[in-house]
Design a protein around this ligand. Structure first.
Ligand code: FAD
Ligand code: DHB
Length: 390
């Protein structure tokens, strides 16, 4: 097989890149280790910046998002038992975020890809990269036990944190920066109406909580838990009781409970690899960086990488210039580090850190008080939450 761009990974980054290239007449093949159903079964992000929505529109995949996505003008912080609203739109000249599940974004992109006849190989095993330091990269893989090769001009490593692309780079060529947090998030999805029409981020003595949603009939809730927590230790009832205890009285009274459709534990990590380019291999999305989920930046950051990378590849194939490819790593990393800072800050302010003790907790509360009482501080949160400019 031969293609212009070999994309490794059919998560949001890989699928979005594939679709943006396809619309510009550039051929790409996606190799994905899992089945399409497995990829669609992973419950993950839920909040899209307006820049992400615009990029999905550019890919021609925003029809259902425009109909079913929920635009939000504000977000709420709850601490000391009281809730405070941050007016995102009012503080950012009218910008919003859109609540629309990553699963739905992925489904829309997969459908557009198969309707357009673009090639995706699911259940591609043993992906192995070769020659990206030279001019003729090759990707080797197994499909149904049969060895195949894919020759290409460029490889896009969109294969997530545990993927093969970053690991294929010689150690001396890459630098990594990491912080692992001493806790995780236990998530629960249920077909119950959301407790509030906007998201609520909670700082509570028992730990962080987040009330989110997927639609007006489907809720997504998270609780801070130990990093190695076993999901089997959490009955639905235990989850609902722990969540209710962390909410303000009005929300606690309004909470509708029901059977969980899904429960899972996610570990929290900050991670950045530098640079993002190694000859003809480019890293994008979770393959290159991880943010802790507080602040909803992971999927949005994957999208902004893809915006820079797709524009650079189009400029190369359709205009003959390497300027965009040469600038990709520096440009993307500048935005990545700002989102890393915001996600680290939101995580630090809202979670219970055993090691900081009572003093640390008082500082968190002072910071939250300042945040909700100062327009300048609220505006800083708002402009980061809706998404910094590209
Ligand atoms: P992935 O989605 O990880 O996709 C990578 C793909 O590559 C996968 O399909 C994988 O199977 C495939 N792959 C891996 N290895 C190989 C291989 N060797 N060969 C071939 N294929 C391979 N982000 C937000 O913006 N907002 C949120 O609200 C938010 N909430 C989150 C909540 C939770 C609980 C979690 C866990 C994450 C959340 N995120 C959020 C983060 C977001 O889900 C990720 O940042 C996003 O999925 C990154 O997309 P990606 O395409 O880069 O990587
Ligand atoms: C969701 C996840 C987040 O990390 C976040 O900050 C907001 C919402 C969600 O899954 O809905």
């Amino acid at each position: 097989m031969r293609t212009q761009v070999a994309i490794i990974g059919a998560g949001p980054a890989g699928l979005l890149l594939g679709q943006l290239l396809h619309r510009e007449g550039i051929d790409a093949v996606i190799l994905e280790r899992r089945s399409a159903d497995y990829v669609l079964g992973r419950i993950r992000a839920g909040v899209l910046e307006s820049g992400t929505v615009d990029l999905i529109a550019r890919a021609g995949c925003d029809q259902r998002l425009r109909q079913e996505g929920l635009p939000h003008d504000g977000v709420n912080l709850c601490f000391g038992g009281a809730r405070h609203r941050i007016d995102l739109a009012g503080l950012t000249g009218g910008k919003q975020v859109t609540v629309y599940g990553q699963t739905e974004v992925t489904r829309d992109l997969m459908e557009a890809r198969s309707a357009g006849g673009a090639r995706t190989v699911y259940e591609a095993a043993g992906v192995h990269l070769e020659g990206f330091g030279g001019s003729r990269p090759v990707v080797h893989f197994l499909k149904g036990g049969i060895a195949q090769t894919l020759e290409c001009d460029f490889i896009a490593g969109c294969d997530g944190f545990h993927g093969v692309c970053r690991q294929s780079v010689p150690e001396r060529a890459i630098e990594t920066f990491e912080r692992v947090y001493p806790f995780g998030w236990l998530g629960l999805l249920a077909d119950v109406p959301p407790v509030n029409e906007e998201l609520i981020y909670v700082n509570h003595e028992d730990g962080f909580a987040l009330c989110s949603m997927r639609s007006m009939t489907r809720s997504r809730y998270y609780l801070q838990c130990p990093a190695d927590e076993k999901v089997e230790h959490w009955s639905d009832q235990r989850f609902w009781e722990a969540l209710r205890a962390r909410l303000d009285p009005e929300a606690a009274a309004a909470l509708t409970t029901g059977p969980a459709l899904e429960k899972s534990v996610a570990r929290l990590r900050s991670f950045v690899a530098e640079p993002l380019r190694f000859g003809r291999l480019f890293l994008a999305g979770d393959a290159a960086h991880i943010v802790p989920p507080t602040g909803a930046k992971g999927l949005n950051l994957a999208a902004s990488d893809i915006r820079y990378l797709s524009e650079a590849l189009v400029e190369y194939f359709n205009g003959g210039s390497t300027a965009g490819l040469d600038a990709y790593s520096t440009k993307a990393l500048a935005r990545i580090w700002k989102a890393e800072r915001f996600s680290w800050w939101m995580t630090s302010m809202l979670h219970r850190f055993p090691e900081v003790g009572r003093f640390g907790h008082k500082i968190q509360l002072a910071e939250l008080e300042y945040l909700v009482s100062s327009e300048a501080a609220s505006a800083s949160l708002a402009e980061n939450y809706v998404g910094l400019p590209y």
